[in-house]
Design a protein around this ligand. Sequence first.
Ligand code: HEC
Ligand code: HEC
Ligand code: HEC
Ligand code: HEC
Ligand code: HEC
Ligand code: HEC
Ligand code: HEC
Ligand code: HEC
Ligand code: HEC
Ligand code: HEC
Ligand code: HEC
Ligand code: HEC
Length: 281
Amino acid sequence: MTRLKRIALVGGIIVLVWGLSFGRVEAKEPTSPYDIEVKPLTTAECGQCHFSIFQTIKKEGARHQINCVRCHTQYHVYNPRKQNYDEIMPKCASCHVSATGGPFHGENKSLTPCLTCHADPHKPLAIPMSEVEASCALCHTKEGREINKYPSRHTSDVTCADCHAEKHGYIPECDACHESHSPEVKMATADCMVCHPVHKPTQITYDQETASLICAGCHDEAYNLLQKKETKHTTVKCVACHPAHKDILSCSKCHGEPHSKDMMMDTTKCGGCHGIAHDLL
Ligand code: HEC
Ligand code: HEC
Ligand code: HEC
Ligand code: HEC
Ligand code: HEC
Ligand code: HEC
Ligand code: HEC
Ligand code: HEC
Ligand code: HEC
Ligand code: HEC
Ligand code: HEC
Ligand code: HEC
């Protein structure tokens, strides 16, 4: 083959290859810039711009830690000319309604609008105390009813918010306001509440485990008398004979009828012969 022929052949191939590749470019050119898939923004991507909101939800979002777009079905559509801000913001009622389909906590005017209490939906449980102070019993009807049904100084001298202070849901300790009346016995709030159900503190109840030293805090006379002289009653617990406050169990509940009718004839009271229960003769 001559040198010229070879050049011609190579040239032909180049032309051919160029033609082929040019043809391919030509076939692509009418493609639209929109002929691609655009993925919706992820929550992480929203967070790249709305960094502080992302952080708020991350730290305090509680059960609102859901994707932004589940609430913000539309966004970046605020138009000052339309003044449409409220319109485009997510509506609580689209996810939360009461059992009857009304406002979540009920129809009462003090329990709407939602944002007065749930001031920031990105941290829905940060509720300012000042907003709920007056409405406790509207939601907590059981406690509200109880405290009024059994009037005590917890009804008259303190409000719900005096005890449940600072933030919603806070549970106080008794010793924030009271000294123990039986300091000989270490008592936690739960121990106090065995005798004083806190919303009806004068309805005293106690269980059969209650230490006699607790009673002694107020009834030192009875306690001292029982301890002073060793009798068969010294080791009997106060609550065994006084199963409820101010109740006195009759002797026969424990002793039946220990003596014959003859022996009992003259006396109606066992104490005539045995002295008082706290100081048996
Ligand atoms: C549970 C629903 C909910 C979720 C989840 C949620 N938002 Fe919101 N967001 C709202 C509501 C309701 C408002 C309107 C608050 C108002 O009117 O004061 C709002 C307001 C906003 C605003 C405008 C007001 C402001 O605070 O600047 C931005 C921006 C915003 N959200 C971004 C986000 C981003 C970003 C995410 C996810 C990281 C997110 N939101 C998740 C409900 C939600
Ligand atoms: C590239 C940055 C950027 C990204 C990503 C972004 N935003 Fe925004 N967004 C802004 C800016 C800027 C504004 C206007 C100023 C402002 O309100 O903070 C705004 C405003 C908003 C508003 C209030 C005004 C309106 O018109 O809605 C909401 C709600 C919002 N963004 C939600 C979101 C959500 C949800 C996402 C993710 C799906 C998101 N943004 C992603 C920058 C961004
Ligand atoms: C897109 C749906 C949606 C919207 C809109 C929405 N929420 Fe929620 N919210 C939820 C979900 C899901 C939960 C989790 C509990 C559940 O499954 O009911 C929740 C839980 C809550 C909780 C309890 C949080 C916790 O951790 O105990 C509060 C309070 C609350 N929402 C208030 C609001 C308020 C106020 C608004 C309006 C500003 C609102 N939500 C808007 C979906 C939503
Ligand atoms: C007067 C104040 C107040 C208003 C107004 C209010 N809430 Fe609440 N909401 C609360 C309090 C307090 C809680 C209990 C929060 C907690 O668990 O610590 C609560 C709890 C919730 C919960 C969680 C319930 C659960 O059982 O876990 C949802 C959901 C909720 N509110 C939605 C709403 C919606 C929707 C509105 C508007 C119709 C609204 N709230 C208005 C004070 C309010
Ligand atoms: C809008 C309704 C609403 C209002 C108003 C409200 N609460 Fe609640 N509260 C709730 C809900 C819902 C819960 C959580 C669910 C539950 O355990 O009942 C809760 C929980 C509590 C708890 C914690 C219960 C526990 O098991 O730890 C206490 C305590 C409490 N509230 C006291 C108050 C007091 C005091 C006020 C007034 C200062 C008040 N609440 C106002 C709805 C309300
Ligand atoms: C003297 C202080 C005090 C007052 C006043 C008070 N509470 Fe309480 N409350 C407590 C204590 C302490 C507990 C914890 C009880 C327990 O653990 O059994 C409690 C528990 C609760 C609970 C949770 C109940 C549960 O079963 O988990 C609610 C709700 C509540 N209080 C609401 C109220 C409301 C509403 C008022 C006003 C009508 C009120 N409280 C007044 C001290 C108080
Ligand atoms: C926020 C303060 C506060 C807290 C917390 C508190 N109390 Fe009281 N309580 C009072 C006040 C004020 C009175 C009335 C004056 C007095 O007796 O000290 C009272 C009175 C009482 C009384 C007498 C009631 C009457 O009508 O005679 C009992 C019993 C009582 N409290 C028990 C408790 C117990 C038990 C607890 C804990 C579960 C507790 N309190 C927590 C403030 C409080
Ligand atoms: C064994 C039951 C019992 C226990 C436990 C108990 N108390 Fe009492 N408490 C009583 C009795 C009984 C009264 C007197 C009631 C009466 O006057 O009729 C009383 C009265 C009170 C009074 C009214 C004022 C006074 O001192 O007479 C307060 C306040 C009180 N208790 C607080 C507490 C506190 C706080 C605790 C926990 C440290 C506590 N109690 C534990 C039985 C108990
Ligand atoms: C906080 C003080 C206090 C505590 C603690 C206390 N009491 Fe009392 N108790 C009283 C008061 C006050 C009375 C009424 C006194 C009166 O009526 O003269 C009373 C009355 C009684 C009475 C009836 C007295 C009578 O004259 O009929 C008995 C019995 C009694 N208490 C037993 C107990 C027992 C048992 C305990 C321990 C489980 C106990 N008390 C704890 C304060 C207390
Ligand atoms: C074995 C039974 C028994 C035991 C144990 C007992 N009591 Fe009594 N208590 C009585 C009887 C019975 C009376 C009535 C007066 C009498 O006949 O002695 C009484 C009366 C009282 C009274 C009223 C008047 C008075 O005498 O002071 C008080 C208060 C009292 N007891 C407190 C206590 C306390 C506190 C304890 C424990 C430290 C206690 N009791 C243990 C049976 C008992
Ligand atoms: C809660 C039960 C209970 C009550 C109520 C009770 N006692 Fe006792 N009593 C006892 C016990 C337990 C003993 C010790 C029995 C033993 O050691 O065998 C005892 C012992 C006695 C003894 C001494 C017996 C002996 O063996 O020396 C006499 C006497 C006595 N009781 C009288 C009374 C009188 C009188 C009353 C009523 C005022 C009374 N008791 C109420 C539980 C009770
Ligand atoms: C007339 C005086 C008298 C009267 C009334 C009396 N007792 Fe006795 N009791 C005695 C004497 C004396 C003994 C000791 C002799 C004995 O062990 O049998 C005794 C013994 C007892 C014992 C111990 C006996 C045993 O079985 O171990 C008990 C318990 C007792 N009495 C309880 C009572 C009770 C309860 C009453 C009232 C229902 C009562 N007594 C009324 C005089 C009396």
